[in-house]
Design a protein around this ligand. Structure first.
Ligand code: PHB
Length: 356
């Protein structure tokens, strides 16, 4: 069997209102408000037609299209501007003693070993990070689903095909038309996990995308050279609990969702919301109630987003067994979704983000 490279995770660019409010609250949302695109709906395409789901009408909420890498940049700039120290590219990071009252993190930077003594450790170091891996296996329970396909994604310096995102169920596989701005587009097609990026020259990608879109959409598609192209696997993963003594896991360190519902960054934000409130309570009110409730509160919301992302993924992709029966069930579900106010409200509530 061919060894597969684990490629970068997809960084969707869809921010829930709660995420935007959190960024507002900490004063890092100025550029987001200038450059972000407000979307009040998404489109679902299947059986040759497109149907709009009106997020705003059914929930009163919208989502903001703003690249995840831009959020990271804004956060890094804010720390710089506040004169806070951030150590980048540290080696041999090792959290320790978090089951005592004196946790510490050691790391090597430019050949020198450093030790930080602290009250708490926030393990926000991603799925492959050391925080979760440093926890004894017996203290963790993990839940996982690996999907039998990947997403091939292309970024291009072209205007988006349509003002809103289009999620497509097609016999050839899922496709998604997204954007970063009004002059930069992001497109995805479901592909095989065996595929390599170099098997997908730009022309082949555009041809495949066109095959999965309706005529009207194809007529509006502006193609151009890809400025980024990659294949990402899809996975659902949850580690429980999210607290180990004085170390807390947050974001991808604790959970992964497939990108179909654009929930990854938004879940990291809600974790941070719960954790920051808990820590504030600890210092301001000398109460551990918030940090004690952190894991259960965060996981309750995480699992709902895991369910939503799994459901969107299941409904929109071609699975090895999506032959006859499975394909008809998908179409029946999609058709129900776009014709029932109750069903489209349910999708909308999850898409714009469940309450914290
Ligand atoms: C993206 O713009 O990269 C994107 C948007 C929505 C998704 C996934 C990815 O569900």
């Amino acid at each position: 069997m061919r060894t597969k490279v684990v490629l970068a995770r997809i960084r969707a660019g869809v921010l829930e209102q709660g995420t935007v409010e959190l960024l507002n609250e900490v004063g890092v949302a100025a550029r987001l408000h200038r450059e972000g695109l407000i979307h009040g709906g998404i489109e679902l395409a299947f059986a040759g037609a497109r149907h709009r789901i009106d997020l705003k009408q059914s929930t009163g909420k919208v989502v903001t299209i703003y690249g995840q890498t831009e959020v990271t940049r804004d956060l890094m700039d804010a720390r710089d501007a506040a004169g806070l120290q951030t150590v980048y590219a540290a080696d041999h990071v090792s959290p320790g003693d978090y089951d005592t009252d004196h946790p510490r993190v050691s790391f090597v930077k430019d050949g020198t070993t450093h030790k930080i003594e602290c009250d708490f450790i926030a393990g926000c170091d991603g799925f492959h990070g050391i925080s979760r891996q440093s926890v004894p296996a017996a203290a963790l329970e993990t839940f996982e689903r690996i999907y039998p396909f990947g997403w091939l994604g292309v970024l291009s310096e072209t205007p988006p095909i349509s003002p809103e995102l289009i999620y497509t169920n097609h016999p050839r596989g899922f496709a998604l038309c997204s954007m970063r701005s009004m002059h930069r587009s992001r497109y995805y097609v479901q592909c095989s996990l065996e595929d390599q990026v170099d098997q997908w020259p730009d022309q082949k990608f555009w041809d495949e995308l066109k095959r999965r879109l309706d005529q009207e959409a194809v007529a509006h598609l502006v193609t151009g050279p890809s400025i980024e192209k990659g294949i990402a696997p899809l996975r659902s993963f949850v580690a429980e609990p999210m607290r180990f003594g004085r170390m807390f896991l947050a974001g991808d360190a604790a959970h992964i969702v497939p990108p179909t519902g654009a929930k990854g960054l938004n879940l990291a934000a809600s974790d941070v919301y719960y954790l920051s409130r808990g820590l504030r309570e600890y210092y301001d009110e000398k109460s551990s109630a918030g940090i004690d409730a952190y894991s259960a509160k965060a996981l309750a919301r995480v699992w709902k987003a895991v369910r939503f992302s799994w459901w969107m993924t299941s409904m929109l992709h071609r699975f090895p067994d999506t032959e006859g029966f499975g394909a008809r069930i998908q179409l029946a579900e999609l058709s129900y979704l776009v014709s029932s106010q109750a069903a489209s409200t349910s999708l909308s509530e999850n898409y714009v983000g469940l309450p914290y």
